[in-house]
Every structure is written in structure tokens, then in C-alpha cells.
Design a protein around this ligand. Structure first.
Ligand code: ATP
Ligand code: MG
Ligand code: MG
Ligand code: MG
Length: 439
């Protein structure tokens, strides 16, 4: 993408209405614009990041055997009356009436809808277990939408739902999502620590929140340093390995981690002092086992192997896809701007001409741009006739992993400068060497 032809509005001043760094940077670097309280338009730069995160979430769900589908955003109130949640949900639900005066709502989550879909089409134990998911916009009329996309009213969520014949099966489905989440967040380049969540209405030990550490997080967190060392991608665990998944769950459960809501001083004191980590965190995911809560309320039954009716046991698993954009920036930035982890960066390389009016520089940069693009390297090319310093400043703000800087002096001796955004480290390289480094 050439900046001269792009829609990349960058603000010089820090917007005064943003309180936290990710929100400021998302406005300044032109990722989003608020169109109504807690509702955002995703500008091209932000949308590229959102799609990358979504794709990683999707790939890891698929690897874990979950099946993608798409449910609508607008739902019927009838569905929620069946589960008893229509009245219970309260003012966070956006309620709508259609022209025939039917009660509708903008979905805050989809347990009811998928339970109903399953009820209508699944008859036999042979069709279980199944985990289905979708990545769809949700609406929650938050009392105080704030921090930009971190607590929006409209937000993008991956939500998965598992159906099993019994509790043992449901535990397997839960463990499977636990591992998928650990791998997903690791691929996103962030450290998200699983923390036992305050048990919901049905109790049990099967509810974890995944918390990204950041000083602006809304909850206080306590955890064992072991969570900084695990490498979930290398664990060699496969999703079909029930014993391995049980060991994973046992390891996660026995390693201390808690939010202020579940913190236990006695257990905390058993953690070696040099391994205690405290801070603040942002909830980016939540997995939850709720047994037969919805299946019983909504009459979902399948015939079991002996012909008798079985009520499936369910769980649900959410990831805040749009919140992650903000959370990743909270965890990865400096005083100059965003520092994107490579996997989610909107482009890999920012190519900059220091003097667009210098013909040899422009010709060299045009050539680098076409070679990078032809080699499949996602490149943002700032070809504008602007001051070099201004262009470098925007590149730092936008935070692409690599900057390739073409200037008249370097080109005269056949070199360009390659800068790693994360470290600020710069290197003079020949054009060929720079290309082979990036492709
Ligand atoms: P929170 O405690 O932040 O209000 P929640 O516990 O109500 O979140 P869940 O119902 O567990 O949220 O939804 C799953 C995920 O959806 C959350 O872990 C979070 O990442 C995301 N999410 C929830 N509410 C919002 C929101 N208002 N804006 C952006 N993402 C959200
Ligand atoms: Mg909430
Ligand atoms: Mg929560
Ligand atoms: Mg939650």
C-alpha cells in the first residue's frame, strides 16, 4: 500500500478524551474512530490488525476441532424467555422492537441461540461431542463504555459452545479450549495468564479468565512466575490426548494465579517469594462450563446409546477479538508509538523515502516496493513528498516491525537503513541484503 493513495489519518496531537495509552495510540495512529458512545468504525489500519487477530483465533479454534459457523447479531426475545434470561439480563441488553412490535434484541452472547439450533437438528448421541463457534459482533449496553475498544458497547467476540454427553466429556472439551487459548494468546505475541474465575451460579472449578498484564488493567492480579516460562506451542500436546490434557489442566490449576476476586492469601504465601508476580490485568478471554443449565431450560435432549434421553452438558468459550487490539497495544508500545508483534502487524515493513523529490532515491524505493510486494512481504510504502522526519515519526507511531529507510546519501553508495521497531536497532545494508533479510 502506498501512503499517497491510502486512508491513514494520523493525528499529531494526543486526543484529550482518551485516558489510557492504547486508546490514545489507536486514535492517533488512525486505527479507529468513535461514531457513537462505545461504538467504533475500524479504519483500514485498525481493520487489518483486527482481521489478523481474528484469523489467528480462527486457525487455533479449527486446530482444536471447533467448527465455524455464523449466527446473526439480532435475536428474538422469545429465545431468551425460554432460558429465563430475558428479564434477568438487565439493562446491559439492547432491546429493540420491530415494525410489528415484536421484541428483539442485539445479541450480547449466543448460548440460547445455539442451544435452540442444536435442539432442532440434533437427535442422537452419535452427533456428540461437538464444539461450534462463530466470530460475530456483540452488543452490551455497558454503563460506562471506556478505554476505547477495550470496553466498547459494540465489540467483536469469538464465542464457542461445546455439547457433550456427560460431564467427563465436557471436561475434555473444556481442557481442549484451555489449550487452544494458551496457544492462541502465545501466537498473538502476548502473555495471557489463565486465572480461576469466581465460580458462576453452578459452582465447580471449571471457569478461567485469561488475563493480559498491563498497568491500566481493571483487575488486580497475582501469579506464579512459572506462567512467564511455559511454552504452550512446544508442549507436544495433542488435542486427542486425554491424559495429556488432564495433566495440562492439573499443572495450570496447581500453579498459583488469581484476580482480586479469587485471591487466597494462604495459598499465595506458599509461592516462593522470588516467584510472586503482581500487577494489573485485562480480561481477554473467558472459558466456562455450565453443565445442563441451558439444555435443561430449553429442552435440548438427544437419544443415548440405550435409547433413553440424555441432556447434553455444555460449556462456552469467549475471546474478546476487538478488545485484544487495545490489550496488545497496552502490552507493547513505547513513548514513540505502537510496537506490533509480527503476527498481528498490519504490514510487516514500512518503506520510507527520506527525500521523495530525489529521483535516484524514489527509483530505488519504487523498485524495493515492487520486489517486496512480489515476494509476498506486506509493505506500507510512504512515498509522499513530506519531510523525512515526519514520515519516520508516523512509522514509529504506526509501529510496523521493520522500517526500511531510503535516503540520497545511502543510495549514492548503494545502501539503505533497516530498523527494527522493537529495539530501535539500525543497520546499513546493501539493497540486496535488505531484501533477502525481509523476504
Ligand atoms: P468484563 O469483565 O470485561 O465486563 P465479561 O466478563 O463481561 O467482561 P464475558 O461475558 O466473559 O465478558 O465475554 C467474553 C469476552 O468478551 C471477555 O473476556 C472480553 O474479552 C470480551 N468483552 C466483554 N465485554 C466487552 C466489551 N464491553 N468490550 C470489548 N470486549 C468485551
Ligand atoms: Mg461485562
Ligand atoms: Mg469479567
Ligand atoms: Mg468474563
Amino acid at each position: 500500500m502506498r501512503v499517497s493513495q491510502a486512508f491513514l489519518p494520523v493525528l499529531k496531537e494526543s486526543p484529550s478524551d482518551a485516558q489510557i495509552v492504547s486508546h490514545k495510540l489507536m486514535l492517533r495512529a488512525g486505527l479507529v474512530r468513535q461514531t457513537a458512545a462505545g461504538i467504533y468504525a475500524w479504519l483500514p489500519l485498525g481493520y487489518r490488525v483486527l482481521r489478523k487477530i481474528e484469523q489467528i483465533v480462527r486457525e487455533e479454534q479449527d486446530r482444536a476441532g471447533a467448527i465455524e459457523m455464523l449466527m446473526p447479531t439480532v435475536q428474538s426475545a422469545e429465545l431468551w424467555r425460554e432460558s429465563g434470561r430475558y428479564d434477568a439480563y438487565g439493562p446491559e441488553m439492547l432491546r429493540i422492537r420491530d415494525r410489528h412490535d415484536r421484541e428483539m434484541l442485539y445479541g450480547p452472547t449466543n448460548e440460547e441461540m445455539l442451544t435452540a439450533l442444536f435442539r432442532d437438528d440434533v437427535r442422537s448421541y452419535r452427533d456428540l461431542p461437538r464444539t461450534l463457534y462463530h466470530i460475530q459482533w456483540k452488543f452490551r449496553d455497558e454503563v460506562r463504555p471506556r478505554f476505547g475498544v477495550m470496553r466498547g458497547r459494540e465489540f467483536l467476540m469469538k464465542d464457542a459452545y461445546s455439547f457433550d454427553l456427560d460431564e467427563a466429556g465436557a471436561r475434555q472439551s473444556y481442557y481442549t479450549q484451555l489449550l487452544a487459548y494458551l496457544r492462541t494468546f502465545q501466537r498473538l505475541g502476548i502473555r495471557a495468564v489463565p486465572m480461576k474465575a469466581a465460580s458462576g451460579p453452578i459452582g465447580g472449578d471449571l471457569s478461567h479468565e485469561f488475563i493480559v498484564l498491563a498497568p491500566t488493567g481493571e483487575s488486580e492480579v497475582f501469579y506464579d512466575a512459572a506462567f512467564e516460562e511455559f511454552d504452550w506451542s512446544q508442549s507436544g500436546l495433542s488435542y486427542g490426548d486425554a491424559d495429556g490434557l488432564q495433566r495440562l489442566f492439573d499443572e495450570v490449576s496447581s500453579t498459583y494465579s488469581a484476580t482480586d476476586e479469587t485471591h487466597d492469601e494462604a495459598r499465595w504465601n506458599d509461592v516462593a517469594e522470588d516467584r510472586r508476580r503482581t500487577g494489573r490485568g485485562i480480561e481477554v478471554g473467558h472459558i466456562f462450563y455450565f453443565g445442563d443449565k441451558y439444555s435443561t431450560a430449553m429442552g435440548l435432549k438427544v437419544s443415548g446409546p440405550d435409547g433413553s434421553n440424555v441432556t447434553p452438558m455444555m460449556g462456552s468459550y469467549g475471546i474478546g477479538v476487538s478488545r485484544l487490539v487495545g490489550a496488545i497495544i497496552e502490552a507493547s508500545h513505547d513513548e514513540h508509538g505502537i510496537i506490533w508483534p509480527e503476527e498481528v502487524a498490519p504490514w510487516k515493513v514500512g518503506l520510507v523515502t527520506m527525500r521523495a523529490d530525489d529521483a535516484p532515491s524514489s527509483a530505488a524505493a519504487d523498485d524495493l516496493y515492487s520486489k517486496l510486494t512480489a515476494g509476498g512481504v506486506e509493505t506500507l510504502y510512504d512515498d509522499r513528498d513530506e519531510r523525512g522526519g515526519v514520515k519516520l515519526g508516523s512509522m514509529d507511531l504506526i509501529g510496523l516491525p521493520w522500517q526500511l529507510v531510503v535516503g540520497p546519501r545511502g543510495i549514492a553508495s548503494g545502501t539503505v537503513e533497516l530498523k527494527r521497531r522493537a529495539t530501535g536497532q539500525k543497520e546499513e545494508l546493501s539493497l540486496e541484503a535488505a531484501l533477502s533479510r525481509l523476504t
